[in-house]
Ligand binder design. Sequence first.
Ligand code: UDP
Length: 232
Amino acid sequence: MEKLYEGKAKEVFKTDVDNEVIIRYKDDATAGNGEKKDVFEGKGPLNLAITTLVFEKLKKEGIPTHFIKTLNERDMLVKKVVILPLEVIVRNISAGSFAKRYGVEEGIVFHKPIFEISYKNDDLGDPLMCEDHAIALGFITKEEYDYIKNMTLKINKLLQKIFLEIRLKLVDFKIEFGKDREGNILLADEISPDTCRLWDVETNKKFDKDIFRRDLGNLIEGYGEVLDRLRG
Ligand code: UDP
C-alpha cells in the first residue's frame, strides 16, 4: 500500500477507491509535543477498537464522521478528508494545560463546558487560538466555526453519556474535523484514551494518556480496561 502520510501515532495509506483512505494505528506514544516518546505493544489496536465503538455510537446519534469501517486490528477505512489545522478541545473539568496556564488545581468541575481551539502546528507548540484568528488566517469561515462549535458541544454531551455509563468522567478531549470533496465538515481522526482524559467516577483513577505523561502505571492495562468496560 502506498503511504500518503505518517504522523506520531498513525499512518495514512492510499486505497483503490479515490475517495477513501486507510488509517493505521501505531503503538507509538508521544507527549509534550514529541519530547517524551515510547512504544507500547498493543496500544494501536486498543485505540482503534475504542475509537471504532465510539464512532459507531456517535454515527448512530447522527454525528457526521469520516468513519466507514474497521478492517482489522490496526486499520480503519475512512472517507478521505482534508484535516482542518485546528485542535478542537472541550473541557468539563480542569486539568492539563488549563490548570497549568491559570495556576489552578485539577478537578474543578465547570458549570458549562469550555470550548477551545488551538492551531495544529508542532513547530509552534499548538498555540491557543480564538475564533477571529482562525477566520483571519482563512482556516475556516464564521459559519464553519459556528457549525464546528455546535457539533463539538453535541459530541461532548454524547461522549459524557457514553463514558458515564461505564463509570468514567469525561474530563476533557481533543477532536479534529476534516472537509470532504463536497465541502462537508466531518468528525475525523480518533477518540481514544490518547485524546480524552478519563477519570474513574468513584476513585478518580486515570485511564488515559496521563498514565504515560506522568508515569502513573501500566498504560496498556488502563486502555484495556476502558475497552473492556465499553464492551460491557
Ligand atoms: N490533546 C490531544 N492532543 C494534543 C493536545 C491535547 O489529544 O496535541 C488532548 C489531551 O489528551 C486532553 C485534552 O486534549 O484530553 C486537553 O489537553 P491539554 O490542553 O490539557 O494539554 P496537555 O495537558 O495534554 O498538554
